[in-house]
Design a protein around this ligand. Structure first.
Ligand SMILES: [Zn+2]
Length: 559
């Protein structure tokens, strides 16, 4: 994905002007005295331009654009002096299954009191099945409004209490009940999004409840993206990891309603949308059968394919069996809904920049000579389809996860110039923030929590796939406090990207981009990677972080 424009922090001048002799000999001063790595702007520019060119067709997994992309990456890693990481191969096969619903025959209608309303596929609703079957029919299933669709026993909250969902369709609000709270305090962490707020969770829980369908009501603010993103993301070919059970454990129909279509449904059902959504935020909410039945039909074409992660290695000099990992997704959306006749979602910022950054970082580490531990550079596939490439790596790691010290993810570099701050997505979760703090201080930059934890970005890029099984992962990048223009300028640039380019054909390379901020972030990642790879440290998740238990267990098993 990549949600806001990377906005960074650089302050090259501030560090260069600081008199070295006056600095106390802290770790940060030592880091500052280390010669700066050669992060190649030429690599960043040329690779981003090539990867996001129309020839690469938006880098969709399984297309000729994948072939061009993974071969180019392997060539660049080889040229930089890295080794193929997967037992002599640059690639890790990732088995995928692609399901494409026929938009001409996709149908969803609901009936109340003898009146039937058919929804327009794409405009009013998007829906699909993850079951690997040629056809799905759901007939006259009752709609049940289940509020936020959350069953969280540890928080004493169950939106499904007392309702049997067998054969029924859940209608679900996006995000979690206290997302409008101004602080991060609350039953569901206040405005910060918990995993319960994610659409992935809502479909998983509806499946556990035995539902025949699960439809999420779109709303731009709590979803953190507009309807066009939902429409472009969920129509056309849909990828998933291939599985022996053909995903028959998934619910037959998953989908989204546009907010307008959802309100019309509630009105047609004689239900008060505002009152019910308000009730859903309160403890003790009970699911409401809507007195409406719905039918859905889907015809699927099914294609199996193998996509590839690219795995490159710089072996460590003394502890080569311990690894520091860097990740970036190489894929993007490929051909997409045309805008002004342009149907290629080039994904220049998202994530040609991060992929180019991965190569530039590898080049810099290779040039600096070996570290004690090994450095891994993993370009993953199918992030845009649900973190599939990284999830596959997490379940089938090339290098043991217990031996993977930690890692850094890149998803969208800063191309709007230096900023004064570094923002941590998922702030407060791991000890890697200590390393970040030292490296950022050496650059004269402040480290801050992400400004919008309510958007759940922590769950939306590839670091999450490795965090879930316990590997400490850092996702930090330039904040909005631009050296030139401060926060207003940074916020305006982020807003402009979200509205005009995010997941759209207009996310294209621009030769006028300012790479100084990206380079400063890459210097930060370089410093952190170097320190980790030359140390004997095993940084962990903080005690209250949700991934701490997984890490403790995997490390204990490895020792
Ligand atoms: Zn991305």
């Amino acid at each position: 994905m990549k949600r806001s424009i990377g906005i960074v922090a650089c302050l090259l001048m501030a560090t260069a002007c600081a008199p070295m002799g006056e600095a106390p000999q802290t770790a940060s001063a030592v880091a500052a005295a280390t010669p700066p790595p050669e992060i190649s702007e030429e690599t960043l520019r040329s690779l981003t331009e090539t990867l996001s060119s129309d020839e690469f067709e938006g880098r969709a997994p399984g297309t000729p654009g994948e072939e061009l992309t993974v071969n180019l990456l392997a060539d660049r890693f080889a040229a930089a002096g890295l080794q193929p990481g997967n037992n002599g191969s640059w690639f890790q096969d990732v088995p995928l299954v692609e399901i494409t619903a026929n938009p001409e025959t996709a149908a969803f209608s609901y009936s109340h009191d003898g009146t039937t309303t058919s929804l327009d596929y794409g405009t009013d609703a998007v829906f699909w099945t993850k079951r690997v079957v040629p056809q799905i029919d759901v007939e006259s299933a009752e709609l049940v409004f289940v509020g936020y669709g959350i069953n969280a026993p540890e928080r004493n909250w169950n939106d499904y209490e007392g309702v049997d969902m067998e054969g029924r369709i859940a209608v679900i609000l996006v995000n979690d009940p206290d997302y409008q709270t101004p602080t991060n305090e609350g039953l569901f962490d206040g405005r910060a999004m918990t995993y319960y707020g994610r659409w992935t969770y809502k479909y998983e829980e509806a499946a556990r409840q035995g539902a025949a369908g699960a439809i999420i009501i779109h709303d731009t603010e709590p979803a953190a993206y507009g309807w066009t993103v939902v429409e472009s993301s969920w129509t056309g070919p849909q990828l998933d990891m291939d599985a022996a059970d053909n995903h028959m454990g998934r619910i037959p129909v998953e989908g989204w309603f546009s907010n307008e279509a959802a309100r019309a449904l509630f009105t047609a059902a004689g239900q008060d949308y505002e009152a019910l959504t308000a009730a859903a935020r309160e403890p003790g909410f009970r699911a409401v059968p809507m007195g409406v039945t719905a039918s859905a039909h889907l015809d699927n074409s099914i294609r199996r394919e193998a996509s590839r992660n690219v795995v490159a290695l710089l072996p460590g000099s003394t502890r080569a069996d311990e690894y520091v990992i860097h990740t970036a997704h190489w894929d993007h959306l490929g051909r997409c809904t045309p805008v002004d006749g342009d149907d290629i979602c080039n994904g220049a910022l998202d994530n040609a920049t991060g992929t180019a950054g991965l190569v530039a970082l590898a080049e810099a580490h290779a040039a600096a000579g070996p570290t004690e531990r090994s450095l891994v550079f993993l370009a993953v596939t199918a992030e845009e389809s649900g973190l599939l490439g990284s999830a596959y790596y997490g379940e089938n790691p090339v290098f043991p996860l217990a031996q993977t010290v930690g890692g850094i993810n890149m998803d969208g570099l800063n191309i709007i110039g230096p900023s004064r701050n570094v923002v941590v997505v998922g702030y407060g979760k791991s000890e890697l923030e200590n390393y970040l703090g030292r490296a950022a201080a050496a650059q004269g930059r402040n480290v801050e929590p992400e400004p919008t934890p309510e958007k759940g970005f922590f769950f939306r890029s590839d670091h999450f796939s490795l965090a879930r099984p316990g590997v400490p992962m850092l996702y930090a990048e330039s904040g909005e406090n631009l050296v030139d223009g401060g926060r207003p300028a940074g916020r305006a640039a982020a807003e402009d990207y979200t509205v005009n380019r995010y997941h759209a054909p207009a996310d294209e390379y621009d030769p006028n981009w300012n790479w100084a901020g990206a380079i400063q972030d890459l210097e930060l990642y370089f410093a952190i990677g170097r320190e980790l790879a030359d140390s004997t440290d095993w940084p962990n998740w903080n005690p209250d972080a949700e991934f701490r238990a997984a890490r403790d267990a995997s490390r204990a098993a490895a020792q």
